[in-house]
Design a protein. Sequence first.
Length: 335
Amino acid sequence: MLKKNKTLGEFIIENQSSFQYSSGELSKLINALRLAAKVVNHEVNKAGLVDILGDAGDTNIQGESQQKLDVLANEKFIQTLKNREIVCGIASEEEDDFITINSNDENHQNKYVVLIDPLDGSSNIDVNVSVGTIFSIYRRVTPVGTPVEMKDFLQKGSEQVAAGYIVYGTSTMLVYSTGDGVNGFTLNPALGTFYLSHPNMQFPEEGKIYSVNEGNYVHFLQGVKDYIKYCQKEEGDRPYTSRYIGSLVSDFHRNMIKGGIYMYPKSSIAENGKLRLLYECNPMAYLAEQANGIASDGFGRILDIEPTELHQRVPFFCGSRKMVEKLHEFMAKNA
Ligand SMILES: O=P(O)(O)OC[C@H]1O[C@](O)(COP(=O)(O)O)[C@@H](O)[C@@H]1O
Ligand SMILES: [Mg+2]
Ligand SMILES: [Mg+2]
């Protein structure tokens, strides 16, 4: 049984040997993400006091207006990773193309690439509702010693070596996995230290919460509509409770603790849904499976999807095993 209140630093060192490619490089990388999380947490917590609320006045490659905190979080994560010379490339929701990191690594010796959603839940920033950061880590497929290429980023989610998120909520937590279960660490703001608070997180097999933007209901496929009606029907332990924060990280985190299903389906107004495969769906799917949950596009496993573009979107259904299996029944019936 993992002893609680171990610091994240201690946990990283102790668990390094259980990682198949253990060389200390991934530990350094997780440590860098931990540092960047603290820097961004500090900015998020005082957002209303300084001029970092609101629109940054630019749009990203997906045509979405960038919030000032999107831009700031993006800068902080990229800078922290660059300064620590431990990755050979970074891709981000807020960057059109991937970034090659070779400033101090002339020989391109670094083995890992990182994909990030620097600030998840942007529509909640200005209204003081919890937001997050999502990260996904792969070993490069191109030879060490050569510059990083697009194919190093366009890998199936099943190839991830680690993934995680930070939730900036009532408390700040860093939750991640390196393929050996999911563990959650809570930041003690006074000490600036993350402590193990949620060892071995697991999705309950069954849940009573469904999370979907019902404002889009009329545009959903019949299978999704039927499943939502099933959740709302007075029968057995239903109706379920509807909870939708509008920050993927926060909705996922709640559902992982309490049991539930999160859905961002495709619709007649969003052909492939809204969420991005590489830095939203793949990392959350990796965590879900490590925590005994399921993540699919309504028909197949998210982690088996072959990526084709850096910012591609996919329909996303994720959560407690029995709930996602029930959704699959309705999707199959209407396929
Ligand atoms: O407002 P909508 O259409 O329901 O979308 C909410 C979803 O979009 C997101 O905000 C997309 O993420 P970003 O904020 O990183 O762009 C998710 O966090 C959230 O679940
Ligand atoms: Mg996001
Ligand atoms: Mg974002």
